[in-house]
Design a protein around this ligand. Sequence first.
Ligand SMILES: Cc1cc2nc3c(=O)[nH]c(=O)nc-3n(C[C@H](O)[C@H](O)[C@H](O)COP(=O)(O)O)c2cc1C
Length: 199
Amino acid sequence: MPHPDGPTVAIAFHSGYGHTAVIAEAVARGAEGAGAEVVSISVGTITEEQWAQLDAADAIIFGSATYMGTASAAFHAFAQASSKRWFPHAWVDKLAAGFTNSGAKSGDKSSTLGYFATLAAQHGMHWISLGLLPGWDSTRGSEDDINRLGFFLGAGAQSPTDAGPEAVHTSDIATAEHLGARVARQAAIFRAGRTALAA
Ligand SMILES: Cc1cc2nc3c(=O)[nH]c(=O)nc-3n(C[C@H](O)[C@H](O)[C@H](O)COP(=O)(O)O)c2cc1C
C-alpha cells in the first residue's frame, strides 16, 4: 500500500520478449511494499501523459534487456527523447537506479547498468546502487542467493534464451524486489529531508 505522504517511484523500462518485464514487475512490488506509489512505463509506447508522470516522480528506475552489450534500441530512443528534459534540467536531483536482464550470466550487463548511471548523471540525478553484497561467491553460496550475479550498480538478471518469461530466476526476482524497496526508502528519506529543510 502506498503511504499517503510516500514518494512516487517511476519505472521506465523496455522488454522485447517479456523477461525484463517480469523483473520490472518485481521492482514495482518491492517499491510498493516499501510505501511508494509506483508508475510503470513501457518506454517503447510512452505517451505525453507518461512523460508527465516521469517529470512528477521522486525517483526513476531505468530498466532494459541487454541487447548487443547495451540497452535496447527502444530504450536508447527513449533516452535520446529525454534530452527534452535535459535542456531545462527537469529531472535534476531526482533519484535514479537501474536493472537489466540478459541471456548470459554476464552478457555485458555491466555495460547496460553503467549506461543507465551515465544517463542519470547527464540529467543531474542521484544514483542509488543495489546495496547488497554479492551472493554465490563462496563454497557456501548457491545460485539461490539474493544478488547471485554479484552486481553493485543495480539489479542484474539472467534468463535462458530458449525459455519464456516464466523461467526468470527467483533469486533475480528477489534481487529486483530489493532494489525497488531500497529506492522507495531512499526516496522517502529525500522527500522528508526536503520538507524538513523547507520548514
Ligand atoms: C538483439 C539481441 C541482442 C542480445 N544481446 C545480448 C547480449 O549482449 N548479452 C546477453 O547476455 N544476451 C543478449 N541477448 C539475449 C537477451 O538479453 C535475453 O534473451 C533477454 O532475456 C531478453 O529480455 P526481454 O525478453 O526482456 O527482451 C540478446 C537478445 C537479442 C534479441
